[in-house]
Design a protein. Sequence first.
Length: 267
Amino acid sequence: MPDLSGPRKPRNTVENIEDDKQRAIVSIIDPYIKRSGYTKKTFAEAYPKVSLSTLNNLYKPKYERKISPRILKQLSLKISYMFGDVSAEELYSDLLEAAQLDIAKHPFEKVNSDKDVLSKTDMLFNLVEIISNLPIPGKILRRQSVQYLITKDVIAMPSGTFELLVDYTDMDSPLDCWAIDTSIGGYDIKHFFSKMLLDGCNKYPNDRVKYSILTNSLFTYRALSNLEIPVLNVYFSIIYYDGDRFTETYISTAKSLEILNEKGLSI
C-alpha cells in the first residue's frame, strides 16, 4: 500500500508554470476549459479532438518541448468550434503573441478541414431551406418585438428579436407558430425563458407555439439538451448546426411530441 503520510503532490495549475510564455498561453486557454465545465480529458476528447498529453504537458510546471504554432492553431480551432462566439483566427493571433511568435512567419492558413465560425445569417439561411421542405412547411417571416427581461430587482423591457418566425396559422397544424431564436456561443437562458413565457409568440397561446434555440455551439447544445422542465406547457427544442447538418433535441416538458413527429414538424 502506498505511503499517504507525506505531502500531496501539487496540482498543475497556471500559477505553478515556470516559463512566462507557457504560462501566458495557458492563461488564455484555461478560462475556456473552465467555461466548458469539462475536465481536461473530456475537453481534449470533445470534437474536434486535441492530444490530451499535449494539453496536460502545457499545464506542467515546465514544458519540455517547444510549443509549436501547429498546436496553437489546433487549440484555437477547437475552442472556436466549441464556443461559436470565438474567432479562431483572433484567438490564434493572441496565442502566437503569448508565445512571442511572429504571425507573419506563422500565418493562419485555412485548409478544407478547418471549420469557420457560422454567423446567424448562415444558420438561418440553411434552416429556412430545411423548414421549407418539411411536410408542413409554414410561412417564413422575420419580426422584431419588445420582450420583457426579468432581472434580480426589476422587470426591464429591452428591444428583443426572434430572428425567425415560422407561421402555421393557415394550415392544418397543431402549431400556430414556431419561434426560433439564435445563439452564437453561450446563451442567456434566463433571457430566453422570459421571452418564451411572456411573449406567447406575440398573440398565440403558448401551448400552440414551438420554441427553439438555434446554435452552432456544441457546449450550448449539450448543456441545454439535458434540461427537464415538466411544468412547462410548451414545445421546446435545441437545434444544433455544425455547418453540415442540423440536429434537433427536444427538452422534456409537459407537451407530448407524438403529434409533432406525426405531422413532420421536427427537423
